[in-house]
Design a protein around this ligand. Structure first.
Ligand SMILES: CSC[C@H]1O[C@@H](n2cnc3c(O)ncnc32)[C@H](O)[C@@H]1O
Ligand SMILES: [Zn+2]
Length: 445
């Protein structure tokens, strides 16, 4: 209950509130009040209009929903968007992306790439993203300056890169970052062993021990292609998922990204251990990697989150596009149009992501006490009219350009479509300078 004289920080009167909890709920003509960065109350506008706040947003024709959670990506790779297209995963990585990263990745590349990625994500309704990339300290700095929430999974590889020489150095630098940001309200840190084909069993075992000791998340690319699984079976005599299980690396802290090659036993193992799956449908489609059996996972009780992967394999960081792709792909795969309905897809992009990232108590749904991580989406344009069902419009009709407002912890990052913490003109110039440098036609930024 709220005292009639209380002054809130923010008050939103929306055409519809889609709280996600309970799943599929649509609350027409409702208000939401924010105090100290958290949701204080949700009520019908007939009551909400009697409240007072420092700032009030009257948003008829808009849906208010939890901010979207991009549970897997490599933000700095926005500078490699369109650099190498129309290739399968391993040639794309080994012949194009890794050589380019070897030539160009450093602090400025990451700073500009992450700023560009955050601008794109905030405009398309993301309030939390997960990132696995070199120089995660730079990503942390840019994310904090941009006021967006993120999980940084620091990279771990068996080979040297510009950021670290060997697995021990990746881990010690990553843990130092974890310590540096331990008081941050926006940044959490986890382990990011790249994949079972780039991190040997000894190093994966070290990650398992440390992650358990520190109760810290682990995110890993896993079963991205059938080729990856077959190669592991040939080399090690078992499927990568079984290797992770034997190493003690499969549990409720583990976020398995991609998972396109899954048998019934794999699904049962994921369900039994409580590991999470991050589905990246558009990257999987573009790299012709495979298709994650999302509805079988959900039926088995596995939590599934949604990610874009990088702009170099997607080629955007837009979770509206990802939600639509996830829904359509699941229906096509099952041959049943009722598979993965809109409410389930929105849940994957919000509460499913929060659960995977260990942030469920804080974010992922609009409930009193949770952080005010939320977006307003304008449904009054022709492409989203008429509104028979606001949830349907969000998942099947929107393309992200309808996002008008984006709040993270009650802080307004996007107001009427305008970014509040980013100068797009200067950012565009810095991104263009990097394009010239990557193409070999520019000078050092
Ligand atoms: C260790 S930092 C992240 C590393 O991952 C590479 N990467 C980007 N997309 C993918 C993908 O779909 N599968 C595997 N690895 C990927 C990225 O280029 C960085 O080197
Ligand atoms: Zn990835």
């Amino acid at each position: 209950m709220t005292a009639p004289t209380e002054i809130f920080d923010t008050l939103v009167h929306a055409g519809w509130i889609l709280p996600v909890a309970p799943a599929g709920a649509i609350l027409p003509d409702h208000s939401l009040a924010v105090r100290d960065g958290r949701i204080a109350a949700i009520m019908p506008q007939s009551q909400g209009r009697a409240l007072r706040a420092r700032e009030t947003f009257d948003l008829p024709g808009h849906a208010l929903l939890p901010g979207l959670i991009n549970s897997h990506g490599h933000a700095a790779m926005s500078l490699l968007r369109g650099y190498a297209d129309d290739l399968p995963l391993m040639p794309w990585l080994e012949e194009h992306i890794w050589p380019a990263e070897g030539r160009h990745v450093g602090e400025d590349f990451v700073a500009v790439g992450v700023e560009l990625a955050i601008a794109e994500m905030v405009r398309a309704g993301t309030t939390t993203f997960s990132d696995m990339y070199f120089f995660p300290d730079i990503c942390a700095r840019v994310a904090q300056a941009s006021r967006i929430r993120c999980q940084l999974v620091f990279p771990i590889l068996d080979f040297p890169t510009a950021w670290a020489r060997d697995a021990d150095e990746y881990i010690s630098k990553g843990l130092a970052l974890r310590d540096d940001v331990k008081h941050s309200e926006l940044v959490t840190v986890g382990f990011g062993p790249h994949a079972p084909y780039t991190v040997n069993k000894g190093n994966l075992g070290k990650v398992a021990t440390l992650a358990a000791e520190l109760d810290t998340p682990v995110q890993i690319h896993l079963h991205e292609t059938t080729g990856e699984v077959l190669q592991a079976v040939e080399q090690h005599g078992e499927r990568p998922l079984d290797t992770l299980y034997e190493l003690g690396l499969l549990g409720p802290r583990t976020q398995c990204v991609h998972m396109t090659d899954l048998g019934d036993q794999d699904i049962a193992l994921l369900a039994r251990t409580g590991a999470h799956v991050v589905h990246c449908p558009q990257s999987n489609l573009k790299l012709a990697a495979g298709i994650c059996p999302v509805s079988k996972l959900l039926d088995a009780g596995v939590n599934v989150a949604l990610g874009t992967d990088s702009a170099a394999s997607n080629n955007n960081l837009n979770l509206f596009a990802e939600m639509r792709a996830a829904a359509l792909l699941a229906k096509f795969r099952s041959g049943d149009a009722s598979t993965l309905p809109a409410a389930s897809v929105l849940a994957m992009a919000t509460i499913g992501g929060a659960r995977a990232l260990g942030l469920e108590e804080q974010t992922g749904s609009l409930e009193p006490g949770k952080l005010a991580d939320m977006i307003a989406v304008n449904l009054s344009g022709p492409e989203t009219q008429p509104v028979h069902n606001a949830l349907s419009q969000i998942v099947y009709a929107c393309n992200g350009s309808q996002v008008s407002h984006n709040w993270v912890g009650g802080d307004l990052l996007l107001r009427d479509g305008e970014l509040q913490y980013t100068d797009l003109t200067s950012l565009g110039a810095r991104a263009a300078a990097w394009q010239a440098r990557i193409a070999g036609t520019g000078s050092t930024p």
